[in-house]
Write a new protein. Structure first.
Length: 157
Protein backbone atom coordinates (compact mmCIF):
# COMPACT_ATOMS: atom_id res chain seq x y z
CA UNK A 1 0.00 0.00 0.00
CA UNK A 2 2.76 2.52 0.41
CA UNK A 3 5.42 4.51 -1.57
CA UNK A 4 8.95 5.20 -0.51
CA UNK A 5 11.29 7.96 -1.52
CA UNK A 6 14.60 8.51 0.18
CA UNK A 7 16.80 11.55 0.43
CA UNK A 8 20.39 12.00 1.56
CA UNK A 9 20.74 12.40 5.31
CA UNK A 10 22.89 14.90 7.10
CA UNK A 11 25.29 13.79 9.81
CA UNK A 12 23.76 11.54 12.41
CA UNK A 13 23.33 13.22 15.81
CA UNK A 14 25.83 12.38 18.53
CA UNK A 15 23.15 11.48 21.09
CA UNK A 16 21.13 8.54 19.82
CA UNK A 17 17.85 7.41 21.26
CA UNK A 18 16.61 4.87 18.75
CA UNK A 19 17.29 3.49 15.28
CA UNK A 20 14.95 6.05 13.72
CA UNK A 21 17.14 8.84 15.08
CA UNK A 22 20.32 7.47 13.48
CA UNK A 23 19.42 6.11 10.06
CA UNK A 24 20.82 7.86 7.02
CA UNK A 25 21.31 7.21 3.34
CA UNK A 26 24.80 7.31 1.80
CA UNK A 27 25.50 9.23 -1.41
CA UNK A 28 25.87 5.88 -3.21
CA UNK A 29 22.62 4.41 -1.87
CA UNK A 30 20.60 2.34 -4.31
CA UNK A 31 17.62 4.56 -3.61
CA UNK A 32 18.19 7.95 -5.22
CA UNK A 33 16.35 11.18 -4.50
CA UNK A 34 12.72 10.81 -5.37
CA UNK A 35 13.00 7.15 -6.33
CA UNK A 36 10.06 5.05 -5.29
CA UNK A 37 9.86 2.02 -3.03
CA UNK A 38 6.36 0.66 -3.72
CA UNK A 39 4.17 -1.39 -1.46
CA UNK A 40 1.62 -3.85 -2.66
CA UNK A 41 -1.98 -2.69 -3.05
CA UNK A 42 -4.17 -4.93 -0.93
CA UNK A 43 -7.08 -2.80 0.25
CA UNK A 44 -7.94 -0.61 3.22
CA UNK A 45 -5.62 -0.82 6.20
CA UNK A 46 -2.33 -1.34 4.33
CA UNK A 47 -1.29 2.23 5.03
CA UNK A 48 -1.78 1.53 8.72
CA UNK A 49 0.31 -1.65 8.41
CA UNK A 50 3.13 0.28 6.71
CA UNK A 51 2.98 3.05 9.32
CA UNK A 52 3.09 0.46 12.11
CA UNK A 53 6.23 -1.05 10.58
CA UNK A 54 8.21 2.06 9.61
CA UNK A 55 7.22 4.07 12.68
CA UNK A 56 6.56 1.39 15.28
CA UNK A 57 9.26 -1.15 14.43
CA UNK A 58 11.95 0.93 12.68
CA UNK A 59 11.42 4.05 14.80
CA UNK A 60 11.12 6.53 11.92
CA UNK A 61 8.90 9.56 12.56
CA UNK A 62 5.68 9.92 10.56
CA UNK A 63 5.40 13.54 9.40
CA UNK A 64 2.91 13.44 6.53
CA UNK A 65 0.19 11.18 5.21
CA UNK A 66 -2.51 11.20 2.58
CA UNK A 67 -5.62 9.08 2.50
CA UNK A 68 -7.25 9.78 -0.89
CA UNK A 69 -4.19 8.32 -2.65
CA UNK A 70 -2.69 6.50 0.36
CA UNK A 71 0.85 7.46 1.23
CA UNK A 72 2.95 8.22 4.29
CA UNK A 73 6.24 10.08 4.68
CA UNK A 74 8.73 9.49 7.45
CA UNK A 75 11.85 11.23 8.67
CA UNK A 76 15.04 9.85 10.19
CA UNK A 77 18.39 11.40 11.04
CA UNK A 78 19.38 14.69 9.45
CA UNK A 79 17.52 15.24 6.19
CA UNK A 80 16.58 11.57 5.65
CA UNK A 81 13.09 11.16 4.24
CA UNK A 82 11.32 7.93 3.35
CA UNK A 83 7.93 7.82 1.69
CA UNK A 84 5.68 4.86 0.99
CA UNK A 85 2.67 4.59 -1.31
CA UNK A 86 0.34 2.00 -2.78
CA UNK A 87 1.49 0.08 -5.84
CA UNK A 88 0.45 -3.11 -7.57
CA UNK A 89 4.09 -4.22 -7.95
CA UNK A 90 5.28 -3.95 -4.35
CA UNK A 91 7.65 -6.60 -3.05
CA UNK A 92 8.59 -7.93 -6.48
CA UNK A 93 12.12 -6.55 -6.57
CA UNK A 94 14.86 -9.02 -5.62
CA UNK A 95 17.40 -6.35 -4.71
CA UNK A 96 17.87 -3.80 -1.94
CA UNK A 97 15.54 -0.83 -2.36
CA UNK A 98 16.68 1.37 0.55
CA UNK A 99 19.88 1.57 2.56
CA UNK A 100 20.20 2.96 6.07
CA UNK A 101 23.70 3.77 7.30
CA UNK A 102 24.51 3.45 11.00
CA UNK A 103 27.73 3.47 13.02
CA UNK A 104 27.10 0.07 14.65
CA UNK A 105 25.15 -2.47 12.60
CA UNK A 106 25.25 -5.14 15.32
CA UNK A 107 23.72 -2.75 17.87
CA UNK A 108 21.07 -1.60 15.36
CA UNK A 109 20.14 -5.22 14.58
CA UNK A 110 19.90 -6.00 18.29
CA UNK A 111 17.66 -2.96 18.89
CA UNK A 112 15.43 -3.68 15.90
CA UNK A 113 15.07 -7.35 16.84
CA UNK A 114 13.85 -6.20 20.25
CA UNK A 115 11.14 -4.30 18.30
CA UNK A 116 10.15 -7.49 16.46
CA UNK A 117 12.04 -6.95 13.19
CA UNK A 118 13.17 -10.18 11.49
CA UNK A 119 16.47 -10.18 9.58
CA UNK A 120 17.30 -12.24 6.52
CA UNK A 121 19.95 -14.96 6.69
CA UNK A 122 22.16 -15.63 3.65
CA UNK A 123 24.76 -18.29 2.90
CA UNK A 124 26.03 -17.90 -0.65
CA UNK A 125 29.36 -17.23 -2.34
CA UNK A 126 30.61 -13.85 -1.12
CA UNK A 127 27.88 -13.30 1.50
CA UNK A 128 27.28 -15.25 4.67
CA UNK A 129 25.36 -13.76 7.55
CA UNK A 130 25.94 -14.66 11.17
CA UNK A 131 23.06 -13.74 13.45
CA UNK A 132 21.65 -11.63 10.60
CA UNK A 133 24.83 -9.64 9.89
CA UNK A 134 27.29 -10.09 7.01
CA UNK A 135 30.84 -8.77 7.32
CA UNK A 136 32.60 -7.72 4.12
CA UNK A 137 35.94 -6.08 4.87
CA UNK A 138 35.30 -3.16 7.22
CA UNK A 139 31.60 -3.03 6.40
CA UNK A 140 28.80 -4.87 8.16
CA UNK A 141 25.42 -5.26 6.50
CA UNK A 142 22.05 -6.68 7.52
CA UNK A 143 18.92 -7.09 5.39
CA UNK A 144 15.27 -7.12 6.35
CA UNK A 145 11.96 -6.99 4.53
CA UNK A 146 9.07 -4.65 5.16
CA UNK A 147 5.53 -6.09 5.38
CA UNK A 148 5.22 -6.00 1.58
CA UNK A 149 8.48 -7.86 0.96
CA UNK A 150 10.59 -4.84 -0.08
CA UNK A 151 14.22 -5.47 0.86
CA UNK A 152 15.86 -2.90 3.14
CA UNK A 153 19.52 -2.78 4.16
CA UNK A 154 21.33 -1.56 7.26
CA UNK A 155 25.01 -0.93 6.59
CA UNK A 156 27.97 0.53 8.43
CA UNK A 157 30.57 -0.53 10.93
Amino acid sequence: PIYAEARRAGAAPAARRNFGDVVGLPEHALVRRGEVLPHERRGAGELEQAIAFYEGKLGLKLFERGDEHPYARFSGAGETKLGVYESGTAGQSRHTLASFVVDDVVAAVRELRANGVVFEEYDMPGIKTEDGVATMGDTRTAWLKDPDGNILEIAGG
